[in-house]
Design a protein around this ligand. Structure first.
Ligand SMILES: NC(=O)c1ccc[n+]([C@@H]2O[C@H](COP(=O)([O-])OP(=O)(O)OC[C@H]3O[C@@H](n4cnc5c(N)ncnc54)[C@H](OP(=O)(O)O)[C@@H]3O)[C@@H](O)[C@H]2O)c1
Length: 332
């Protein structure tokens, strides 16, 4: 084990969060009972916000950034985990209130760990990461609501070429749903078709303010965009349908009316990945293991990059230039 290693830290500089690489040692890590050697992490929209300083993600500083890790247990003070176990952590306040994944070693709480599914490698798990696991939570939320049926009706995915969108399309298509992708990048149509999308909507159409009730089109939708897009999707959802909303890539506001809810019984289901209870996480990862096509994991992995590339990758994800997912190789 190396004595010192590099971590991507967020520090307070003149009252503003600033990211930079720092050399730290095991004695600097938090006091949690499981020590993990991090093999891979990934880049999520939230990581982009934290690293660029465009969002206040770290709620105390200094903070190690990175919300996702896949690694191997090195030491454990918990009966539930032993050295050699392959594990995943998503969320639980990593990079916000708890030191996160962009560090070769990290100490974590035993209750945050999920056993790596047998059918997925560490790299696969991070190609999925929080974005993919959130997509799975959204699909499960829609299925629990009961308005979507394989082969019947249309399911919309917004922010389609991003991380959440790409995985949602692949999962839904694999389960037999007919999927329409809303994207602002026509050059990604072939990519999205290869994941299973069969029709497209230009995201600009959904970004314009629309009527409170519009033509009923979607049996269900996964929305990663928020704002006017979400308002229009709700207004286009069929009687009794549901929208699983998880993101704010287009804005945190929601300029909508109650009309779709009170006249069409449309449900707006909020999806949070960070503090999702253990059973929901386990179930989402089982869904990913069973229904995320292995070929699609490779297709949606735009790149595997070393940690040193994080600053430029963070700018790229905030600018909407990342397609699918980027995996961070923590050993490089
Ligand atoms: N609730 C949770 O627990 C949770 C978990 C994970 C992610 N999220 C949120 O979900 C959202 C997506 O995350 P991600 O990792 O998939 O991010 P991402 O890879 O950056 O994808 C976001 C996608 O949204 C679309 N988009 C970007 N800017 C837009 C704009 N101004 N108007 C309309 N569409 C826009 C783009 O899709 P096209 O290029 O196809 O148009 C982009 O690829 C983020 O807001 C993230 O914070 C929430």
């Amino acid at each position: 084990m190396e004595n010192t290693f590099t971590a991507m830290m967020i520090e307070d500089v003149d009252g503003k969060p600033k990211a930079g690489f720092r050399t730290i040692s095991l004695s600097d890590l938090p006091d949690h009972s499981v020590l993990v050697e991090v093999a891979y992490s990934t880049l999520n929209y939230k990581d982009g916000l934290a690293i660029t300083g465009k969002g206040r993600i770290a709620r105390r500083m200094p903070m190690v950034a990175g919300i996702d890790l896949a690694g191997t247990v090195i030491e454990s003070g918990s009966d539930d985990w032993k050295p050699g176990d392959k594990v995943i952590v998503n969320g639980w306040g990593l990079s916000e209130t708890e030191w996160g994944a962009y560090s070769r070693y990290q100490r974590v709480k035993p209750e945050w760990l999920i056993r790596q599914p047998e059918g997925l490698s560490q790299k696969d798990a991070m190609a999925i990461g929080t974005a993919g696991y959130t997509a799975a939570l959204c699909v499960e939320a829609l299925e629990r609501w009961g308005s979507i049926k394989p082969g019947e009706g249309d399911v919309l995915v917004t922010g389609a070429a991003g991380g959440v969108g790409s995985v949602a399309i692949s999962l839904l298509a694999n389960k037999g749903y007919r999927v329409t992708a809303a994207t602002g990048r026509p050059e990604t149509h072939d990519y999205l078709k290869s994941l299973g999308a069969t029709a497209f909507v230009d995201r600009a159409e959904l970004a314009e303010k629309g009527k409170p009730l519009q033509k009923e089109i979607w049996s269900g939708a996964v929305d990663a965009v928020g704002s006017t897009t979400l308002a229009n999707v709700l207004a286009q959802t069929v009687y009794g349908g549901a929208v699983a909303a998880c993101g704010l890539a287009g804005g945190a506001d929601l300029p909508a009316t109650v009309m779709p809810h009170i006249l069409r019984s449309v449900a707006l289901i909020g999806v949070d990945s960070v503090m999702a209870p253990r059973e929901k996480r386990q179930s989402a990862w089982t869904l990913l293991e069973k229904h995320l096509d292995k070929v699609h994991i490779d297709t949606l992995t735009m790149a595997v990059e070393p940690m040193s590339k994080l600053p430029e990758l963070a700018e790229a994800i905030i600018a909407g230039k990342i397609r699918g997912r980027v995996v961070i190789d923590m050993s490089a």
